[in-house]
Write a protein that binds this ligand. Sequence first.
Ligand code: FAD
Length: 464
Amino acid sequence: MTKNQIEELQTIFSEKNVLTEIEDMVAYSYDASHVEVQPEAVVFATSTEQVSQLMKLAYREKIPVTPRGQGSGLSGGSVPLKKGIVLCMDRMNRVIDFDPANRLITVEAGMTTADIDPVAVKSNLFYPPDPGSVSFSTIGGNVAENAGGLRGLKYGVTKDYVKMMKVVLPQGDIVTLGNKCVKHVAGFNMEGIFVGSEGLLGIMTEVTLALLPIPEHRESALAIFNSLEGAAQAVSDIIAAGVTPSTMEFMDNATINAIQNFKDCGLPRDGAAVLLIETDGEKNSAMTEMATVEVEVKKNDIREFARAKSSEERDRLFEGRRVALNALASVKPNLILEDATVMRSKLPEMIRGIINIADKYQLQVGIFGHAGDGNLHPTFLIDMQDKDEMARTEKGVAELFQLAIDLEGTISGEHGIGLEKKPFLKDQIGGEGIRLLQNIKKTFDPLNLLNPGKMFDMPDEQSA
Ligand SMILES: Cc1cc2nc3c(=O)[nH]c(=O)nc-3n(C[C@H](O)[C@H](O)[C@H](O)COP(=O)(O)OP(=O)(O)OC[C@H]3O[C@@H](n4cnc5c(N)ncnc54)[C@H](O)[C@@H]3O)c2cc1C
């Protein structure tokens, strides 16, 4: 970047909020995926107006800009592939308006997800989407990836809670999309197109989210199975029995042992698989639902069904699930975590398929995830320096995505496409689908300057 461009950035953001030294670029060159590209400058926004001025400058000077929340994305979304400027949103982290009467909260997009509940709880409300990264991911990152979480089965995902947003468009215009009303059909569902847009269409600076009343009671239990199939079948049976648990998390034996080695969370090292199940709501209904869950799991290949006797015991089990990824990361030098997702009824087939792929390519795999949503995280534990193992992993991953598509599922349930799954998007949505995405991108961002090179290539772009 030129001296003049950097000085202009310093005028917009102030000198202390602009980084240009090479050694400062490293921390903004990667996310939680495997790609790394250093930007030429990093800026920290504190207002919508600054973001607007940045995009006007970027458009005039043709500089790529990559929005960044906390960089916890698992698909390479906030990696500045075409260099240029990384726009950090995490200092825009204030509550703008808390409106308990309408069960709404408006926050700046850089607010950490977990910071919403301490505000909401004052009026007995909560924000249901809770990705495993809840304590560090931002609301802007959650909306841009349509993040899911442990409560997705009953409460849905981020898209189900987004009501309204302020967005800076690539050429610097500021627009407000959506509405605070329960119903709103004035124009296209424009806030909807920003959910899952992965920072390609505009920069969200404020988001209004719906909140729900905190359930009166919850019942938690751990079901320990002798086989993976037993656990998978139990998921289908519980749903078929008419129960919708708030949480139904799956962990296989490899994941259980990785967690126990990492931190003792009270999980059974010899279980083939476990389901961590929670029902919630009015007390009698939560208890009745858990009683039905017990009946259904006991029809399958179960070894033990243990109810959590205290909130400490419950929290310990949930912590085990939340540290699963970190625990698996400590087994081998690297891991490749996927989020191929199928309908719940296809879960047994999907799990069998994953095991077959791992066997075929001699790969070590740990499987965990939001089984109630059909959203598994098969995690290949590898050493990226081992070229032969990498080649086998790439083949295994490609087969895994094909399996998900063949089972009418999706290559991504919640982590997005970014760079990691870009080569596979056409298999999922077809050439026409890609062309539609390209046309939408071109309408918003004719010079392709906002997060370029992600999700799909533009017609005149080289593949990343
Ligand atoms: C341990 C761990 C557990 C995880 N568990 C889950 C889980 O359970 N469920 C789940 O869905 N994900 C999970 N993730 C993935 C990740 O946390 C989510 O994708 C999260 O939404 C990313 O938020 P972020 O603030 O870190 O965004 P980043 O990674 O910084 O950015 C993600 C994308 O959003 C764009 N973006 C960021 N802010 C804005 C903005 N204001 N406007 C426009 N675009 C923007 C970026 O350009 C990028 O494309 C997990 C990750 C880790 C490391």
